[in-house]
Design a protein. Structure first.
Length: 189
């Protein structure tokens, strides 16, 4: 029987907006299984962060246990100044700070994820796609969400990608709820 108390944290501490000039959104690579601990430390230090999480079910004997795990294992998104970066570095939980050159692009990706996680729709980690069709969900609980599909045949599997990490999560939707955006070719066989 487990005697430890699970670490429960808020997914977002702060806001998903462009920070003031002296701060930047930074991707922090953490030691294994240290994402929630670092998020907890950041909130106590009043440092803004976003740690997207996925619900994870496990069965232990006859009990079903639902926990949340980080969506992107080993990564947390933080708003840091030079001084705050030092504060995070001294924790020993941060391995690397990844510079984000396109702040608005990252914010768009994170906002999309945040909107979907609030709807509590089942998601799963999948491979990032370098090519695909951009789509928008036009009805249902995820209306207005944009993502990528692999092909017309897989229109029910919409991927929400984070370009900075080259990682993605997938949500399943009804193909009739998906509208392709932009140019594409229909190839008849």
């Amino acid at each position: 029987m487990a005697t430890h108390k699970p670490v429960i944290i808020n997914e977002l501490f702060g806001e998903l907006i462009v920070p003031p000039e002296h701060q930047r959104w930074t991707v922090v690579r953490t030691k294994p299984r240290a994402e929630k601990k670092l998020a907890d430390y950041a909130s106590k230090s009043l440092i803004q962060y976003y740690l997207p999480q996925i619900k994870h079910e496990r069965k232990y004997q006859r009990r079903k246990v639902v926990t949340t795990v980080p969506m992107f294992s080993g990564y947390i998104f933080m708003v840091l100044s030079a001084a705050e970066k030092q504060t995070i570095a001294v924790t020993g939980m941060a391995v690397q700070f990844l510079y984000v050159s396109h702040q608005q692009e990252l914010l768009n990706d994170l906002s999309r994820l945040f909107g979907v996680t609030k709807k509590e729709v089942p998601m799963e980690n999948v491979m990032w796609l370098s090519k695909g069709l951009e789509v928008e969900i036009i009805s249902g609980p995820l209306i207005g969400t944009r993502g990528i599909i692999e092909s017309h045949d897989k229109a029910s599997e919409v991927r929400l990608q984070v370009e900075m990490l080259r990682q993605a999560v997938m949500v399943k939707v009804d193909p009739k709820d998906v509208k392709i955006i932009g140019e594409y070719e229909v190839v008849e066989e």
